[in-house]
Design a binder for this molecule. Structure first.
Ligand SMILES: [Zn+2]
Length: 116
């Protein structure tokens, strides 16, 4: 289950950012996940529950936003968002398109609590 590896690196990044900022704990982690990334949100949540104890993120709320993939048509240059498996160009109906975004998983923002 590759969600464990992903969550591990998310938590490491969050932990480092929070410590660098001098925070005492992380209250919220917001992730942006491309629909083509094959990430299962439930599995990610499960990995978070398993890996977050003993980190600053132990009580953080995990918020995940799924984003539609985006492609560019190699024929007419049109850029468009689409459903996972519908990548044909809506402008010229060409099937030759290039995926620009949708496989990513990144940390959008974190909220932290600073010492009194
Ligand atoms: Zn096109």
């Amino acid at each position: 289950m590759h969600e464990f590896g992903l969550m591990q690196s998310v938590l490491e990044n969050v932990e480092k950012s929070a410590r660098d900022a001098g925070a005492v704990r992380v209250t919220e982690i917001r992730l942006v996940i491309g629909e083509m990334s094959e990430v299962v949100p439930d599995s990610l949540e499960f990995a978070f529950e398993a890996l977050s104890p003993d980190t600053l993120s132990a009580d953080a709320e995990l918020k995940m936003t799924m984003v539609s993939p985006r492609s560019r048509c190699t024929q007419c240059g049109h850029e468009f968002e689409h459903k996972r498996f519908m990548r044909g160009c809506p402008n010229c109906e060409s099937l030759v398109t290039e995926l620009l975004a949708g496989k990513e998983l990144h940390i959008d923002a974190i909220e932290v609590e600073m010492p009194e």
